[in-house]
Ligand binder design. Structure first.
Ligand SMILES: Cc1cc2nc3c(=O)[nH]c(=O)nc-3n(C[C@H](O)[C@H](O)[C@H](O)COP(=O)(O)O)c2cc1C
Length: 378
């Protein structure tokens, strides 16, 4: 494809795939796009294992790494231990979750004693993120990205030293301008349709809004995100002026994805109306599959979800237990099970290999471009 961004990054097709699954990352990269590994849930040791595996599979083709260091969160500066943070969770929230789980027949014994990696979000603070960055930059990455805020100085410093472009996610025009002023090279502009953390404005409105604002920053490349699961949508975004597209949801129902079988089946059956934007998982708004879990946090009398990362201390253990039980066929757990996904879930109706999703994108994109060119009476 003729594209300045592709030339700059050494890829063939400007389709970016965010995934926590190393197989998806490697497959997309090997098919000509760029896979980007979500690293926030890793320890430095597990990230090293994943990246070594990817290096081996992609043989020098470029892939990216994504961190999540928010500008705003409880105890952002650090210095607060996991147990101190845990103590800030009001008993009312834990009781509410226990009641909800019990109503669905899920045993809650020992729930709050369970430990999980990245407890209390160390990786979301600059110190923890720096440890992951050390690992990431010891590998031949082609892109480093931050979500939920202006990338931390440690990310810029390491990236500049290695000549790696810095990306940042944004769901609002004002934030996009802040990122560009800070020196971000690639803006990932995600509309409200997106899975995971998302803003309020639709992709169709947000992309031109940000592109207009970027006239003052001509060096900045813009990737459109949110709701994109097909090549024709990619063509539409590029027709608006985007340099490429960034996707997350569409990979969750691929054969390689680590999505639990229960959630994968729910996603394949879901329509575009079956997601909800809710603070019930991380404390900030994320789009997820609607379930009695998300409903419970939106009803009258429900406790207000806690600020990040405290809500995660409540939700992670509960939903991990739900996911595990759902796989044994437990009906209540199956009903409660949910995961981040965007409105594009309505377009994800059959399990496919990752590679065939990339090839479908390419074919559908080419057909859409031809269709558009055919509308000109020249
Ligand atoms: C399961 C899931 C987890 C996500 N986790 C992260 C994350 O850790 N960091 C991040 O930058 N974006 C994350 N996102 C958002 C994606 O990077 C991307 O912006 C979004 O998926 C794009 O919209 P789409 O889901 O409609 O394709 C996540 C998205 C999903 C679906």
């Amino acid at each position: 494809m003729r594209s300045e961004l592709c030339r700059k990054l050494g890829i063939e097709f400007p389709l970016f795939a965010f995934s926590h699954c190393r197989d998806v990352v490697a497959e997309v990269t090997n098919a000509g796009g760029m896979g980007v590994l979500g690293a926030v849930g890793h320890t430095p040791e597990t990230l090293e294992i994943e990246m070594r595996w990817i290096d081996d599979k992609v043989k020098g083709r470029p892939y990216g790494v994504d961190l999540l260091v928010p500008n705003k969160m409880e105890a952002k500066e650090g210095g607060v231990s996991a147990s101190e943070l845990e103590a800030r969770v009001p008993p009312e929230h834990k009781r509410y979750v226990e009641d909800l789980l019990k109503r669905h027949g899920v045993d809650t014994a020992g729930l709050w004693e369970e430990r999980f990696t990245n407890a209390a979000g160390e990786n979301m603070r600059e110190e923890g993120a720096a440890r992951l960055l050390d690992v990431a930059f010891a590998h031949p990455i082609g892109l480093i990205v931050n979500a939920l805020g202006v990338p931390p100085p440690a990310m810029f410093e390491r990236a500049r030293r290695k000549g790696v472009p810095v990306g940042a996610l944004t769901g609002a025009r004002e934030h996009a301008i802040k990122h560009a002023q800070a020196g971000v090279d690639i803006l990932i502009v995600a509309g409200t349709e997106a899975g995971g953390h998302c803003g309020e404005v639709s992709t169709l409105v947000l992309i031109p809004e940000v592109l207009d604002a970027m006239r003052d920053f001509p060096e900045v490349k813009v990737l459109a995100a949110g709701g994109i699961a097909t090549g024709r949508q990619m063509a539409a975004c590029m027709a608006m002026g985007a340099d490429g597209v960034w996707t997350g949801s569409v990979w969750l129902t691929t054969a390689e994805a680590e999505t639990t079988p229960t959630v994968k089946q729910k996603m394949l059956a879901a329509t575009s109306r079956d997601t909800v934007r809710s603070r019930s998982r991380t404390g900030k708004y994320t789009r997820q599959l609607r379930s009695p879990w998300t409903d419970a946090w939106g009803i009258e009398g429900a406790p207000d979800p806690l600020p990040m990362p405290l809500q995660g201390l409540v939700s992670k253990r509960a939903l991990a237990r739900v996911d595990k039980l759902a796989e044994s066929g437990h009906a209540g757990a199956k009903a409660l099970a949910t995961y981040y996904v965007g409105q594009a879930v309505g377009l994800m109706n059959a399990e496919q290999s990752t590679r065939s999703v990339v090839y479908d994108f390419m074919r559908d994109y080419a057909e859409a471009v031809e269709r558009l060119s055919g509308t000109l009476d020249v």
